[in-house]
Design a protein around this ligand. Structure first.
Ligand code: BV8
Length: 237
């Protein structure tokens, strides 16, 4: 498809883009939801019921993310961010920091980040590198025992929705990478993009739940398909 050189691109990423970095996805065989029930680790009710289980779940994922390295797909999106002169926004559902460690800057975490904690005493979001299970004191207010992962759980409002819908309102090319299309509102972004007249491309290991809404699909490992796609977009520019 012909994309104007000042065209606006929105890219939605999910756990599949981090799979080749060794991080578990949610719904693949052996994935996170095979290890834990969502209701036990990814809802505010779960946290109120058994904070230790939830804090251990996120502490271990934080350690996993810190030990992982960005893969070729993260690097390719960072290159696109550097070299694309039109509008670009990477909206990630992921809570790992592999996009930023690859160098992406026009990026937002709609479901929060393992690298931040949320102090429920003073409402501050603070960088955290240690285990929350140890109940560290909040660096902002000093209170102990009030830090939770700054991650959006089921039933909670995702971050920066206004900014996301503003970008989807003027998008020319919408690309979904490594997501099953199972969770809303993220799974509905492709519909918004279509309404804006964008060309919609799905890059995923296999057809997602919303694959029928896309104009085009490229199935395969993100580490191979994404760099080839970025080369194509930048060669067209
Ligand atoms: C909200 C952070 C409203 C935590 C996550 C409408 C209809 C039905 C339900 C709802 C609805 N609206 C809201 C809901 C409820 C709910 C929902 O959608 N439930 C689902 C289960 C039906 N949504 C919410 O609760 C959301 N909040 O809507 O609030 C509101 C309104 C007013 C006031 C207050 C609130 C919040 C949802 C956010 C939950 N948090 N993550 C954490 O990380 O622990 S969700 C989590 O799962 C991810 O963040 C991601 O968003 C989501 C989906 O995961 P994926 O990233 O897609 O990963 P998955 O494993 O599923 O798929 C991986 C894909 O990659 C696969 O397709 C695979 O084939 C592919 N793949 C694998 N390897 C590779 C690959 N592809 C390429 N290369 C590879 N190598």
């Amino acid at each position: 498809m012909a994309l104007p050189q000042d065209g606006n691109i929105v890219i939605l990423t999910g756990a599949g883009i981090s799979a080749e970095s060794g991080l578990d996805t949610f719904r693949d065989a052996g994935g996170l939801w095979a290890q834990h029930r969502v209701e036990d680790v990814a809802t505010p009710e779960a946290f109120a019921r058994n904070a230790d289980l939830v804090l251990n779940f996120y502490d271990s994922r934080r350690e996993g993310a810190a030990a992982a390295r960005p893969n070729a797909a993260h690097a390719a999106l960072a290159r696109l961010d550097r070299e694309w002169r039109g509008g670009l926004l990477i909206v990630t559902q992921n809570v790992d920091d592999l996009h930023e460690r690859a160098g992406a800057e026009r990026l937002l975490h709609m479901h929060g980040s393992l690298a931040l904690a949320w102090c429920t005493a003073c409402d501050a979001r603070v960088p955290i590198a240690q285990d929350l299970i140890d109940r560290p004191a909040c660096p902002a207010c000093g209170a102990s025992g009030h830090l939770r992962p700054d991650v959006v759980w089921f039933g909670e409002m995702p971050y920066e929705m206004d900014r996301i819908y503003a970008a989807l309102g003027i998008v020319d090319l919408f690309v979904s990478i490594g997501t099953s299309g199972a969770v809303y509102p993220a799974a509905g972004f492709v519909q918004e993009a279509r309404t804006s007249g964008a060309h919609c491309l799905e890059i995923n290991l296999e057809p997602s739940q919303g694959t029928h809404v896309f104009h085009e699909a490229r199935h395969g490992q993100a580490g191979q398909v994404v760099p080839a796609w970025v080369d194509e977009v930048l060669d067209m520019a």
